[in-house]
Design a protein around this ligand. Structure first.
Ligand SMILES: [Zn+2]
Ligand SMILES: [Zn+2]
Length: 876
């Protein structure tokens, strides 16, 4: 016989112990097993320096639910864990630390020493997030934990880089990129966030050479005008046709620049003339390429003006703007200033306005890679859940630009390109190059830049399984089954994993992308540091238990949609856990059996609950298969709370407490145990800890619920007719209970129930339910409406009409007295409010909203009074 369950459920007393037990028993481990089907999830690797926040908790809970379900369903279920080195985020943290504690910058330390510090930091804090994931109950195969900069992942990165370079899919070129002057690094398109900002549109005169004519250009960014190398007009613009091919003079700089025609120019915008700054605007860059314009870069990396900026050299870009405008105005070149809202790109990390700049960077050529990555979504080999995100993905892929992968950071995978200082040769190689293959020189230095952190996470589904080695794991677990992630990183990560998987493995990295939303606060706001509205999942776990947190995160959720989180919801989840605990404890205390095999002869109510349970098994399994976790958990909740606890346990209590009929007693025990045990198995993926505690206390086989066999639908448990019969009766009972509650009749007050029904046999079988749950003193079957029906309370349901003598439900005299007392109280309130409203001073002075409130009060009180009068009338 199992251990007795303690009186109350204390999550903090059991969670760590159970987790330890599971982990020590090897239940999280997944092996290559040809007798089982694989089911694989790779974790979205959290930042190694990160701390668990609610977004992680949500993401991990969903993954753990899927992996625990599949494990119980007999799959070799691998949840591959690991962390990401998170280039820029980590480097900034360590630099900040260095600044605060030692007053130094990374340059004071030098690259090698600085990287040593970052590794130290990683070793010190890198396990924090892992231990936090464990608190949540995450059942990852921890033996296989990986890091994006570990030896294997680094090998994979070099392999892919060299492979793409050799195919001509990686190139180094001067291209326009998004530059963050604060982080001092290039950013990919996906790392730029756009926001609408108020700004100005300045109209500036550019004189035509050898003429009195001039053009007026409109610009939002006068500070880049020193880099102008042309003025563009639309070829169809009649206003300017005669000027195309001529030259104008850049004011102040006194440089001659060509006027040219390009379809890109919008005739309707501004003046229809566009100053063209190829080095500082992506569209101008493209025009510059088409028309062979000169490239003049005017900013340094910190967005101060460089030597090409003439008199503005060394000014910050915003000071430069002021100075330029002042000079233009003084020179008579500033024609007009208009207000103008525009879209400004900002760094996703620090919020600084990015500066588009041409720069020598490394790029991945995207067009050839995008095609197979789109095909695989078009033809359904990769499915998005919900489907609408496939369009988001495809739209982005269709318009994808080459991916800028070099970052001017120190922490990350250093680009494996080597330059010969003797002959200038560049060699890209997997192994370190020490001798120049061209001239034999040995003065070699490696590229300083590192790769975008997403370059290594793009390889995560196969690098973690051992690629480029041909491992058994790779063969067995790849392609992975499902990727669970938020919609905010579809471009950063999902897209790049798909094209990397297609290119390197020639197979999709995962079959399904399950997209979830964000966790917002109770008011629907994003949780953020600046709002201070973040809720720490670890504090919630400490206070309410991991199960309550997990249950809250999944309840009411549907794929792709944001959820609102509040502690009230967690309290409700905790209450649900307590409800389960109390019911289980009640059952366990009444147990004398040591197995829960179903008996042959079942009572009507047994058949009903088994039927409902069997349906639940089917529905929950199907919902989980369709990623409808919120629906699955709601069905479990309803079944446990309503069908099982509130009805079935109540119905069988008399059998359980009757020790004379041992057979009936044991049958009740067995059905209770059977259904509770199966329900705990279905609930286990959602609430792993409490379900294990209960399962261990019931008759069971095997060491743990988490490796027990997932319940299956059984045709022999289908009792549709009997179930319907019970449901019909329950309708009548529910109606009686509702009416009694309306009339304030306490359960202790029993009353005769007279039933008028066509289904007498069915109701006769359930007389017990009426005495137990409808508080019937006696059940009488009638063939016609009782003669004294007008002194009875009646309820009508599909199966029957039930009558109860009014006199048995209430004590007339007492009830009249109670109602009159109630009436007096309401009258007093009514008089008080009316007196206020009849006071002209109050109505005149009080705010309209307050007066309105008082009027509403009157209406409510009058309504109540009418009800009380009606009740009194009914007593006569
Ligand atoms: Zn930045
Ligand atoms: Zn050389």
């Amino acid at each position: 016989m199992a251990n007795e369950l303690p009186k109350t459920y204390d999550p903090s007393a059991v969670e760590d112990k159970l987790y330890q037990f599971w982990n020590d028993s090897g239940f999280f481990n997944a092996e290559v097993d040809e007798n089982k089907k694989p089911f694989t999830i790779v974790i979205p690797p959290p930042n190694v320096t990160g701390q668990l926040h609610m977004g992680h908790a949500f993401d991990e809970t969903l993954q753990d639910i899927l992996i625990r379900t599949k494990r119980m369903q007999g799959y070799s279920a691998l949840w591959m864990p690991g962390t990401d080195h998170a280039g820029i985020a980590t480097q900034i943290k360590v630099e900040e630390n260095l600044r605060v504690n030692e007053g130094k910058t990374r340059y004071d330390l030098g690259r090698e020493e600085f990287l040593k510090r970052v590794w130290d930091w990683k070793h010190q804090y890198g396990n924090r997030i892992i231990s936090q994931l464990k608190k949540l109950g995450s059942s990852c195969d921890w033996r296989r934990e990986r890091f994006t900069m570990d030896e294997g992942c680094s090998k994979a990165v070099k392999e892919v880089f060299v492979n793409l370079y050799e195919k001509g899919l990686i190139y180094k070129g001067s291209r326009i990129i998004n530059w963050c002057p604060h982080c001092a690094t290039a950013l990919s398109d996906a790392e730029v966030e756009y926001e609408t900002q108020p700004g100005k549109l300045w109209h500036i005169k550019y004189p035509i050479k050898d003429s009195d004519e001039y053009l007026v250009v409109a610009t939002t960014r006068p500070e880049t005008f020193m880099g102008d190398t042309g003025v563009a007009v639309n070829p169809n613009d009649e206003r300017y046709k005669h000027l195309v091919g001529k030259t104008c003079i850049l004011p102040i700089m006194n440089r001659e620049i060509p006027i040219f025609a390009d379809d890109y120019v919008d005739m309707e915008f501004g003046t229809g003339c566009v100053k063209t700054t190829p080095c500082h605007d992506p569209n101008d860059f493209e025009m510059g390429q088409r028309h062979n314009l000169e490239q003049i870069l005017v900013f340094n990396e910190d967005a101060t003006v460089n030597e090409n900026g003439g008199k503005y050299q060394d000014l910050d870009r915003y000071e430069c703007r002021k100075a330029v405008l002042r000079d233009l105005e003084e020179g008579g070149y500033l024609v007009k200033t208009e207000d103008h809202e525009h879209n400004v790109g900002t760094c996703y990390r620090c919020g600084t306005t990015v500066e588009p700049m041409t720069s020598a960077q490394w790029f991945v050529k995207m067009a050839p890679l995008a095609k197979p990555a789109m095909d695989v979504v078009h033809d359904g080999r990769v499915k998005f859940v919900p489907g609408r995100f496939a369009n988001t993905y495809l739209r982005w892929m269709e318009n994808v630009h080459d991916w800028c992968i070099s970052r001017q950071l120190w922490w990350g995978h250093r680009i494996p390109a080597y330059y010969c200082e003797d002959c200038g040769e560049m060699t890209v190689a997997k192994e370190d190059v020490t001798v120049c293959p061209k001239c034999g020189g040995t003065h070699i230095h490696q590229e300083e830049d590192v790769l975008d952190t997403w370059f290594s996470s793009a390889l995560w589904p196969f690098s973690t399984l051992g690629w480029p080695e041909k491992t058994r794991e790779l063969d067995y677990f790849y392609p992975t089954s499902v990727l669970v992630t938020g919609y905010d990183i579809i471009f950063f990560w999902v897209a790049r994993m798909i094209f990397s998987g297609m290119e390197q493995m020639h197979e999709e990295p995962f079959k399904t992308v399950y997209i979830h939303g964000l966790v917002r606060d109770a008011q629907g706001r994003k949780m953020s540091k600046s709002l201070g509205n973040g809720i720490d999942p670890l504090e919630i776990i400490e206070q309410y238990g991991a199960d309550a947190l997990r249950f809250t995160l999944v309840t009411g959720n549907s794929p792709g949609n944001d959820m609102r989180f509040s502690t009230e919801k967690v309290e409700a989840s905790r209450n649900f856990a307590n409800k389960i605990w109390n019911a289980s404890r009640f059952i366990q205390m009444n147990l004398t059996i040591d197995n829960a095999e179903l008996p042959a002869d079942l009572a009507l109510e047994d058949k009903w609950i088994l039927h409902k349970y069997n349906e639940l098994v089917k529905a929950v399994t199907e919902n989980i298969d369709k990623y409808e976790l919120g629906i699955a958990v709601q069905k479990l909740y309803d079944f446990i709370w309503d069908n099982f606890c509130d009805w079935y346990i109540e119905i069988v209590k008399p059998r359980l407490q009757n020790h004379d009929d041992v057979a009936a007693n044991e049958r009740a025990q067995k059905v209770l145990c059977y259904v509770l045990r199966g329900t705990m198995q279905l609930l286990h993926p959602f609430m792993p800890f409490i379900t294990e505690s209960i399962w261990q206390a019931l008759p069971h086989e095997g060491p743990s619920i988490m490796v027990s066999k997932w319940p299956e639908y059984q045709t022999e448990l289908c009792f549709a007719a009997e179930a319907e019969q019970v449901e019909t009766m329950m309708d009548t009972i529910r109606a009686i209970r509702a009416r009694r509650a309306e009339m304030n009749v306490p359960p202790s007050k029993r009353a005769q129930v007279i039933l008028l029904t066509d289904e007498r046999a069915a109701y006769e079988a359930g007389i017990l339910f009426f005495s137990k749950l409808a508080y019937a003193s006696e059940v009488i079957f009638a063939d016609a409406m009782p003669e004294n029906a007008d002194s009875m309370v009646s309820v009508v349901t599909k199966g029957a009409t039930a009558y109860m003598p009014m006199g048995e439900l209430i004590d007339f005299e007492k009830e009249r007295e109670r109602l009159n007392k109630e009436k007096a109280k309401v009258q007093k309130d009514l008089d008080f409010v009316n007196k206020k409203l009849n006071n002209p001073g109050f109505v005149a002075k009080a705010p309209a909203a307050v007066v309105e409130q008082e009027r509403e009060k009157v209406a409510k009180l009058e309504e109540l009074m009418a009800k009380l009068d009606a009740s009194l009338a009914a007593l006569k």
